[in-house]
Design a protein around this ligand. Structure first.
Ligand code: ASP
Ligand code: MG
Length: 417
């Protein structure tokens, strides 16, 4: 069985959905499991709904209506018959959403977040599945919450591999086309959970691992994995082949084409991952598999924006030693701050961190009791794998460099934005 993942950009409007059908027809669709994200920017739109809900904003209803209108327009563009069942199914998802919003009593932001954003994937898969059926691509729509089981860490759930493996083995029909949601799962109480933003790639890897799939293909609006993000760098080049190890490094440092959690499960079973263009589906794209590190062997430029650079030094000139460092890391871990770079000297210690869950100020206040704390907000972290002499020209020009660190294969540079 092959696993295909289509992200939000591939189904952002009716033409996108038509194109996905076209891709399937070109590359073959038997024995394929298709994983789909929410359409376009739907997840962001639901984040707005959640914000309005918690702020008790009068804009709550209109923000829901906007998501409704967007999906309805796609339906109208795809289906001539307004009596088609899909209109009722989509409408019933919105009724479920509105029911949740009316009746929810939980003040837990992360819980509410998952119950609401997950409608994005339920809607997109409902629409794509119906459109495929309508056009002769008969498929089996699956509610992934019956298969991917997680703990109840809402917004960042951890997979219960054993339970998930069992359910996938038992329930996935082979030799048919299956369609299901990325990004979401369910906990023991059957409440919806999510795997972290952009987590649909990871869903694809979970299925691939449990099924022992032949391959995973992530369909993108770019030709494959490039050696640099074309939004920030000129002359980005396609990488034809990358090893799992190299891909894990690139994803970890922020190459946004592959979600970082995706690679470990694939690597364990040596399942190849292809990243291909949904605009030119017959082109080879990038293959991530065992083998050559990087082909062609060229520098790769990765940038993460919106980072924090935090420096700590001891108040009494004592050394910052192992026990301080482990204490600091425990604190980061508890507050879900992700560390992307570390540098330390005798009495000072710097880290570049990402604060996805807005906990930094709390952490800073705790640290300030023990250390002298300085920090810069909104810095950029550049990571260059296999760097060469052109780095200065490409990255450092016209920027204030705050910190730089070089190891054998990797150079990291923190700059003011
Ligand atoms: N729809 C989710 C998000 O936008 C998951 C995904 O796209 O992978 O974060
Ligand atoms: Mg998305």
């Amino acid at each position: 069985m092959k696993i295909f993942k289509f992200g939000g950009a591939s189904v952002k409007d009716a033409d996108g959905v038509k194109n996905v059908l076209n891709v399937m027809q070109q590359v073959g669709h038997e024995n394929v499991l298709v994983i789909i994200s929410a359409m376009g920017k739907t997840t962001n739109a639901f984040e707005e709904v959640i914000k309005n809900y918690f702020e008790k904003s009068p804009a709550l209803q209109s923000s829901i209506q906007e998501v409704k209108k967007y999906h309805n327009q796609i339906l109208l563009d795809l289906f001539d018959d307004e009596e088609h069942d899909v209109f009722y199914t989509v409408n019933s998802h919105f009724e479920d959403l509105e029911y949740f919003i009316r009746s929810n009593k939980s003040p837990n932001y992360n819980f509410v977040y998952d119950q609401i954003v997950s409608f994005g994937e339920l809607l997109s898969t409902t629409i794509v599945s119906a459109y495929f059926n309508e056009n002769g691509l008969y498929n089996n729509w699956i509610d992934v919450r019956n298969l991917i089981k997680t703990d109840n860490t809402y917004r960042d759930a951890n997979v219960d591999w054993e339970a998930t493996q069992k359910r996938i083995t038992k329930n996935i029909k082979k030799n048919t086309l299956n369609i299901t949601q990325g990004f979401i799962g369910a906990d023991d109480n059957n409440f919806t959970t999510t795997l972290g933003r952009e987590g649909s790639d990871y869903s694809a890897a979970i299925f691939a691992y449990c099924i022992g799939a032949e391959s995973v293909t992530i369909w993108k609006d770019v030709p494959g994995v490039l050696n640099a993000d074309p939004r920030y760098f000129e002359n980005a080049l396609l990488l034809n082949q990358i090893s799992y190890r190299e891909a894990i490094e690139l994803a970890f440092y922020g190459a946004s084409v592959i979600h970082p959690k995706t690679l470990q499960p694939l690597q364990k079973k040596e399942i190849p991952l292809y990243v291909k263009s949904f605009i030119n589906p017959l082109l080879a794209g990038t293959s991530v598999s065992r083998g050559a590190d990087l082909e062609p062997h060229i520098p790769c430029y990765i940038v993460k924006k919106g980072q924090l650079l935090l420096s700590l030094s001891s108040l009494d000139f004592s050394f910052i030693m192992e026990e301080h460092i482990s204490e600091i890391f425990a604190l980061f871990h508890q507050h879900k701050l992700k560390v992307n770079l570390i540098q330390n000297s005798a009495i000072s210690f710097s880290v570049c961190i990402e604060d996805k869950f807005n906990n930094f100020m709390e952490v800073k206040n705790i640290l300030a009791k023990k250390f002298k704390v300085t920090f810069n907000e909104n810095v950029s972290l550049y990571t260059i794998r296999h760097f060469d002499e052109n780095v200065k020209e490409i990255v450092e020009n016209n920027k204030t460099v705050l910190l730089k660190q070089i190891s054998r294969e990797t150079m990291q540079i923190v700059t003011k934005e």
